[in-house]
Write a protein that binds this ligand. Structure first.
Ligand code: SF4
Length: 372
């Protein structure tokens, strides 16, 4: 496929994930929903099922309001809204990790609000670095496995998990290679870049890796395009079409990111060594760092944002803050200060899944552009 055809494939997956889900169901596969931020997809994949990411959608929230207070992030609310409206019907289960206070409550609400799609909790430890963090994580994965076996009748096999780990590590490598490749090709818009990342949550990883590798080969064969305004993005999600359009209208190019739904997913591989494949998967989580939802008293994430921005020659950092996201709100003052010390302009815009008017964001981004 040529570049435009590949980009169209990614866009199609993002524009209609339900179509993909129906295709997988028609092929006789079971689909399991995976909520953000780090759900052990490899386990689901190894049991022959398709993990499909649910990060909500830009929708009007009505029904879910019965289950949540107004001041909870709309990613959570929109996941439940879509569940109530039947958008995920046909899924065999939903796995929700416990990595922030909002995520800790969504499962209980899901059980009452959405009938027919069982909720499986993945409880992660706060302290993941000591040996007990590994033991706790592994026990959490064993609980998920029991839940999946009960919900689907399929059986877990550690050898199959080892194979799935290879599939996921290969996907991580492709996604890591993508970031500098896109940084050299400014003709790929912010919206198209978002499609490539977002489609990874809906496609089987083998299929997505093949498409990304094909795109990398196409980009490699082409001469790099002239730079636009190089920026770094940071936040949980930065996929709102209204926001991406403003970035593209203002000639901006995302040359690296610290977005939970994008690069943060792919930084850490499961290691090659471990007593069992499940131990290797637990080690992967314990090795993860530099994320607002991963406990770190030293907040090394902040230094990483500055060093990544410098390495990618980003002229500024755009923090896309999901409203009512406590973990991100806690980190923002530190990010702002570290960027100021490094003389990297940093601007914050708040977004949520119900936003229809981006004029305030447009003004902030236009001012940011002038600053850069
Ligand atoms: S956006 Fe923030 S508050 Fe919402 S689920 Fe993600 S980490 Fe939690």
């Amino acid at each position: 496929m040529n570049k435009q055809e590949l980009l169209a494939c990614f866009h199609e997956a993002v524009a209609d994930p339900r179509k993909l889900m129906d295709k997988y169901l028609a092929e006789g596969r079971k689909v399991v929903l995976t909520a953000p931020v780090y759900t052990p997809e490899e386990i689901i994949h190894s049991m022959g099922m398709v993990p499909m990411g649910v990060w909500g959608a830009d929708v009007q929230i009505n029904e879910a309001k019965k289950y949540f207070p107004a001041f909870i992030c709309t990613i959570m609310q929109s996941i439940v809204e879509l569940g109530i409206k039947g958008v995920y019907d046909g899924a065999s289960a939903i796995v929700i990790p416990s990595l922030c206070d909002s995520l800790k409550v969504i499962g209980q609400n899901w059980k009452y609000a959405v009938k027919g799609i069982p909720f499986i909790a993945m409880t992660y430890p706060q302290n993941r670095k000591p040996a007990f963090g590994h033991t706790f994580t592994k026990a959490g994965y064993e609980y998920v496995i029991r839940g999946l076996e009960e919900a689907t009748g399929l059986k877990f096999d550690d050898e199959k998990l080892a194979e799935s780990i290879e599939v996921y590590n290969a996907h991580n490598a492709a996604m890591r290679a993508l970031v500098p490749a896109l940084a050299a090709h400014s003709e790929i818009t912010c919206a198209q870049r978002s499609d490539i990342f977002k489609s990874a949550f809906f496609m089987r990883k083998e299929e997505h890796t093949a498409l990304v590798n094909e795109l990398l080969a196409v980009l490699e064969a082409e001469a790099p395009a002239e730079d636009k305004i190089r920026i770094m993005t940071s936040g949980i999600l930065a996929d709102a079409p209204g926001l991406l359009e403003i970035l593209d209208d203002n000639g901006m190019q995302i040359v690296c990111d610290d977005v939970a739904a994008e690069s943060r997913q792919y930084r850490t591989d499961a290691p090659a060594e471990g007593e069992t494949a499940l131990d290797r998967l637990a080690s992967k989580f314990c090795a993860m760092d530099n994320c607002s939802v991963l406990y770190d008293v030293e907040k090394k994430r902040v230094d990483k944002i500055v060093s990544d921005a410098k390495a990618a020659k980003a002229k500024g950092v755009l923090v896309v803050l999901t409203k009512f996201c406590d973990p991100e709100e806690f980190d923002y003052p530190l990010i702002k200060r570290a960027c100021a010390e490094a003389e990297i302009p940093c601007v914050l815009i708040e977004v949520d899944r119900q936003m229809v008017n981006y004029e305030q964001a447009r003004t902030a981004i236009e001012t940011f552009k002038d600053l850069l």
